[in-house]
Ligand binder design. Sequence first.
Ligand SMILES: C[S@@+](CC[C@H](N)C(=O)[O-])C[C@H]1O[C@@H](n2cnc3c(N)ncnc32)[C@H](O)[C@@H]1O
Length: 200
Amino acid sequence: MMMPANGHRAHGFSSAHFLDSDEIIQELNLNGNETVMDAGCGDGHNAIKILEDYNHKGLVYAVDVYDASIEDMNEYKNENNVENLINIEAYITKGIPGVEDDSIDVVLMVNVFHGFKASRTIDEAIEELKRIIKKDGKIAIMDYKAWDVPKGPPTPVRSSPSELEEFFNSHDLKKVYLNEEIGEDIPEGKSHYLIMFQKN
Ligand SMILES: C[S@@+](CC[C@H](N)C(=O)[O-])C[C@H]1O[C@@H](n2cnc3c(N)ncnc32)[C@H](O)[C@@H]1O
């Protein structure tokens, strides 16, 4: 297994070894000076990639509820003298402290959303994401297709893109993009989809 960029202890939860970060981040069309959040960052490999290769002049937030994730991200920040990285240990569903309303251009969540379905906290999660993104800001959700296949979360906690659209529409967030051909090649096809919602 490939070690994540920051030698993270929680790499068992990381998608670094089976999803292509560049493929994901290029979907976001970043312009290099935006405020981007990797929400549920895990080992932070996507946040670090965004910082190092895509958003030099911008600001990156890495948020996770797992203390070791944030400790390791803080170690990366200190060792590499990175000023434009803010690491926050928090439950997305309970509110992310220190992040102002309407302050984030793009939120990326990779393999996190199904957890909200499992914990029945979808509405709380969407409300918090809606609070922090700017007007015209985007929330990009990448998750496993709602297929009954062995790899990934149990089928009942997976959502299809149209289910996600219903959840987000009920919070006045509109779908602006959907890619259903992304992720890992599995016998059934591409493992994931990436869907984006916008606040108007
Ligand atoms: C499957 S891992 C994915 C990590 C990373 N996004 C990746 O693709 O490698 C899910 C991550 O979401 C975090 N997480 C789950 N629920 C969360 C919540 N309510 N608030 C913050 N982080 C959460 C977990 O601690 C874990 O690090």
